[in-house]
Design a protein around this ligand. Sequence first.
Ligand code: 5CA
Length: 448
Amino acid sequence: MRLSRYFLPVLKENPSEAQIVSHRLMLRAGMIKQASSGIYSWLPLGLRVLQKIEKIVHEEQQRAGHIPMLMPTVQSADLWRESGRYDVYGEEMLRITDRHGRDMLYGPTNEELITDIFRSHVNSYKDLPLTLYHIQWKFRDEIRPRFGVMRGREFLMKDGYNFDVDKDAALHAYNRHLVSYLRSYERMGLQAIPMRADGGPIGGDYTHEFLVLAETGESEVFYDSAVTDLKFGDREIDYDDVGQCAGILEEFTTRYARTDETHDEALFNEVPEDRRRKARGIEVGQIFYFGTKYSETMGATVQNSDGKPVPVHMGSHGIGVSRLLGAIIEASHDDKGIIWPEGVTPFDCGIVNLKQGDDEADAACEALYASLKLLGLEPLYDDRKERAGGKFATMDLIGLPWRITVGPRGLKNGVVELTSRRTGESVEMPPEDAIQKIAEIYAAHQTG
Ligand code: 5CA
């Protein structure tokens, strides 16, 4: 993409409405614009990151054997009356009446809709296990939408639902989700710690929330600092291997890590004192096993191997896709702007032409731009007739992890400059070497 032809409405001033750094930087970098309270338009740069995150989530869900589909945003109230949640969900549910006077709602989650699909089409244990998921907009009429996309009213969520013949099988689905989530967050450059949590309106005895540690997080958390040493890494996973998934769950959830809702001071005090941590975190996902809660009330049964009808065991599993942008920025920025991890960056690298209009500099930039694109990379070429300082400031603000700077002086010696946004370190090298270096870096991130 050439910046001269892109739509990147960056702001020079700090917007006064933004209280936390991620919200401020998303507005300043021209990623989002508020449409109304808690509702945002996604401008081109923001959309690119949102789609990168969606892609990682899709790849990791499908790697775990989960099947994508798409359910609507607007749902009929009837199903919610059947499950008994229409009244208990309360004011967070946006209720709508259509022209025929029928009660509808903008879906805050999809347990009812998916259970209805399941009961209409699946009758036998032979069709199980089954996990369906989608990535779809949700609406919750939050009493206090704030911090930009972090607590929105309209937000993008991946929600997945498993259907299993018994509790053991459903717990394997739970473990599978935990593993796939750990992998997903790591690919986004994030450490998200699974913590024992509370079921809330979704219900369920087994539930973990995934938290990214950040001072601006809305949740208070308590943990053994040893949990932060755990890395998922590039281990090979066989998602059908019950023992392996259970082992990973145990590895990542045995040490003390709880949100304030489930915090137990006595248990916490058993953690060695120098490892006890109280901090704040951003909840970027939650998994639940709730057994037959919905299948019993809504009549979702299957025949088991003895031919007897049994209610199906279910769980639901959510990732806050749009919230993740805020969480990643909270975890990765400096006073100049965002620092995108390679896995989610909107463009792979920036090209800054220090002297636009200079034949040699223009030709070198064009050649770099073309070569990077040929390799399947996505460069953002700042080809505007602007001062170098302004170009650097924009690149730093939007946070591309790598920048290639091209100027007449370097070109005389046959070199360009490759700069890491994270470390600020610059190295001079021939353009071919810079291209190769960037290609190698991104090849290492292609785990999809
Ligand atoms: N049906 C279940 C799991 S699929 C469910 O709705 N879970 S949830 O309520 O925990 O939401 C899943 C994730 O969505 C949360 O972990 C959080 O990351 C994100 N989320 C929830 N509310 C909001 C909100 N108001 N704004 C942005 N993201 C949100």
